[in-house]
Design a protein around this ligand. Structure first.
Ligand code: ZN
Length: 425
């Protein structure tokens, strides 16, 4: 059946726009399109129709495990890693699948239709890999789940990690992952990046490494990542995730680094909710924020996406799959409060992240997949401000989730009966 959205606003500011979806693809976009016989009609009533949210960095093997086997009392990264180590031997495939599927339900309800998730390959049983490959297949009709083979305990630091990582790729995991700053030495970290980039080249895969997730300004594996990306011609296929050490590097070095990253076509992912809570923990005052240099990366021509990273797991007991919350935190931490900068934060959880995943079918354009979300807001900035309600979520031309508009009924003398948060702009 055809589906037509009437009278929408688009993120680029166009208003009074209709969008027709036919056979799962966008057939037409324009003003006052005729309604085909029998089509399902959604009256957008001037609200914002946006491409679906994309999460460029997540850990679905750990999600919704908060409290298992105990809570993270200090809230620190190190206690989180220790907790994950305690939990791993107790994991069962069934529980993992159930939690992941539940999270995917949350994601769809929030208009989040594509997720890149790292999956730990340091367990010789590859239990999480098998579980998430099963989940990927199961959710495929309504959510793109891309998996990264992630050697959480270090590629060279853990004896079987490289063999396990290759096995995970053989089983169908999509992307090569790594964690150079966690290897035993700087030299081992650099060597791990070389191995991973060459492996990805040989297999024709993308790379996404947890890179320099540290406040140590001398953690410079991103330089090595840019070098091998350039050397091997992997432009546009390699992502540095976190890159928090860049926050603490001196400006002179960064002035050399940024053009090298841009030249290599490296993508960057910031994880604002997690890095603002986990970084700076060894500081007294002043306390560093730890997030990578988002506006500077963008200005240098580097594509930057935002990731949720964690939801209710050993590292972070909050979160709900709401990428507008991620965008809002990124906006605040990076002080991206200019009008264009705020819009760039909306792009970071939609189009920029889609580029990182290599989703060529993402976006509101004729011929692309009919995937979109109708938000109770009139533009991207208002969507971030209100963490706007997802009035309707559409996947391949079918409505997969609806949420009633947010209103509050008032009983105040001489005042209107309801609150509309969208009246001011
Ligand atoms: Zn991560």
């Amino acid at each position: 059946m055809d589906l037509i959205v009437k009278n929408a606003r688009l993120p680029d500011g166009r208003s009074g726009i209709d969008l027709l979806a036919r056979a799962g693809r966008i057939e037409a976009i324009g003003a006052q399109l005729p309604v085909p016989a029998g089509a399902e009609v959604i009256d957008a009533a001037g609200q914002l129709l946006a491409p679906p949210f994309v999460d460029a960095h997540f850990h679905m093997d750990a999600t919704l495990s908060h409290g298992l086997p105990r809570v993270n009392r200090s809230g620190t990264l190190l206690e989180g890693i220790a907790l994950w180590g305690e939990l791993k031997p107790q994991l069962t495939q069934q529980a993992l699948v159930e939690r992941a599927l539940q999270y995917c339900d949350w994601a769809v309800a929030k208009g989040l239709l594509a997720i890149r998730s790292h999956v730990d390959v340091c367990d010789d049983r590859l239990l999480a890999v098998e579980a998430l490959l099963h989940v990927k297949q199961q959710v495929e009709p309504y959510l793109d789940l891309q998996l990264v083979a992630f050697p959480q305990d270090g590629l060279l630091r853990t004896p079987s990690a490289l063999a396990n990582l290759k096995r995970a790729l053989d089983l169908g995991v999509d992307v090569v992952g790594g964690i150079p700053h966690f290897e035993r030495t700087m030299a081992d970290g650099a060597e791990s990046v070389r191995i991973l980039c060459e492996l990805a080249t040989a297999r024709g895969l993308r790379v996404d490494v947890h890179c320099d997730e540290s406040d140590d300004p001398l953690s410079r594996h991103v330089e090595t990542l840019a070098f091998h990306t350039q050397r091997l011609g992997l432009h546009g296929r390699v992502t540095g995730s976190h890159l928090t050490s860049m926050h603490s590097m001196d400006n002179d070095y960064v002035s050399k680094l940024l053009p090298l990253m841009a030249e290599a076509g490296l993508h960057a992912v910031a994880n604002p909710l997690i890095n603002i809570t986990l970084q700076g923990r060894h500081d007294s005052y002043p306390k560093r924020r730890g997030m990578t240099r988002v506006p500077e990366l963008l200005a240098a021509g580097v594509n930057v996406g935002f990731g949720h990273d964690c939801v209710m797991d050993p590292w972070y007991s909050l979160g709900s799959g709401d990428m507008l919350e991620v965008a809002a935190m990124g906006l605040h931490v990076a002080q991206m409060t200019g009008e264009d900068a705020m819009r760039a934060c909306f792009d970071a959880v939609t189009v920029n992240s889609a580029r990182i995943l290599g989703l060529t079918d993402h976006g509101l354009e004729v011929g692309k997949a009919a995937d979109f979300v109708l938000l109770q807001a009139r533009d991207p900035v208002e969507a971030i401000r209100l963490r706007a309600t997802r009035l309707a979520v559409v996947r391949r031309g079918q409505v997969v989730a609806r949420t009633p508009a947010a209103t509050a009924a008032l009983s105040l003398p001489g005042r209107p009966a309801a609150v509309d948060w969208t009246l001011v702009r």
